[in-house]
Design a protein around this ligand. Structure first.
Ligand SMILES: Cc1cc2nc3c(=O)[nH]c(=O)nc-3n(C[C@H](O)[C@H](O)[C@H](O)COP(=O)(O)O)c2cc1C
Length: 206
């Protein structure tokens, strides 16, 4: 068990920065890993709680917490897969059985999957766009935290993030939607670096 770094008490004086070569290394080298290349172990319950606590520690305009988590572990992954397969089969009656089986096994690709559920308040003074940005920050922060705890991660939406019937199966309420399903686990194979934008193509200075 990695010892938890306790979050500061409300109102406590906190460090304005945390210079760290290890943190720079993580940020400079972090890479997603396809769930197809993941294997056990995943984070244990206490470690996952720590990862989620860090993931939730994001900029959030007016502190409205426009997100929540759905955790799929153990048998819960198979139950969600059964629901997904049923939805897929209903929507695609011509689909061959092997394609339905792919859906049934989707959440079994990794030892743990966390759905970040965006609960956007469209009536709130904070624009929906900003609430959505906070959800993106949560997903990335989860990948960073997982990496710091020694786990690979991957942020996916795939088709089921946009399927309203499956969202209802998962208990999402009206207006809620998945910002992503973050797959977490150990690496069966290491990832290879992907293409990155050249700074010259994306930076203009005023
Ligand atoms: C919101 C969002 C949704 C994504 N959904 C998918 C997806 O459904 N399927 C996929 O192959 N990659 C998807 N990706 C991309 C993977 O996360 C990708 O492997 C990752 O961006 C690789 O970059 P990295 O190594 O810098 O993390 C998505 C990325 C984002 C930000």
């Amino acid at each position: 068990m990695i010892e938890k770094i306790p979050p500061p008490e409300f109102g406590a004086v906190t460090a304005p920065a945390h210079p760290s070569e290890a943190a720079r290394r993580l940020l400079a080298l972090r890479r997603s890993l396809s769930p197809d290349l993941m294997q056990a172990p995943g984070p244990d319950a206490q470690t996952l709680d720590q990862i989620l606590e860090i993931a939730a520690r994001v900029p959030d305009h007016r502190k409205i917490v426009p997100f929540r988590f759905l955790v799929f572990e153990g048998e819960g992954r198979a139950r969600a897969g059964d629901m997904l397969a049923a939805r897929f089969a209903a929507a695609n009656p011509e689909a061959p059985p092997n394609m339905v089986e792919i859906e049934r096994r989707r959440f079994l690709r990794a030892p743990a999957v966390v759905a970040v559920i965006a609960r956007i308040d469209h009536q709130h003074k904070t624009p929906a766009w900003e609430q959505e940005l906070t959800n993106g920050a949560v997903c990335l922060n989860m990948l960073l935290a997982a990496s710091a705890y020694g786990f690979a991660g991957c942020w996916l939406t795939e088709w089921y993030s946009y399927d309203e019937a499956f969202a209802a199966d998962l208990g999402l309420t009206q207006g809620e939607r998945a910002a992503g399903f973050v797959y977490l686990g150990s690496a069966r194979e290491p990832p290879r670096e992907r293409q990155r934008p050249a700074l010259a193509d994306i930076v203009r200075r005023f």
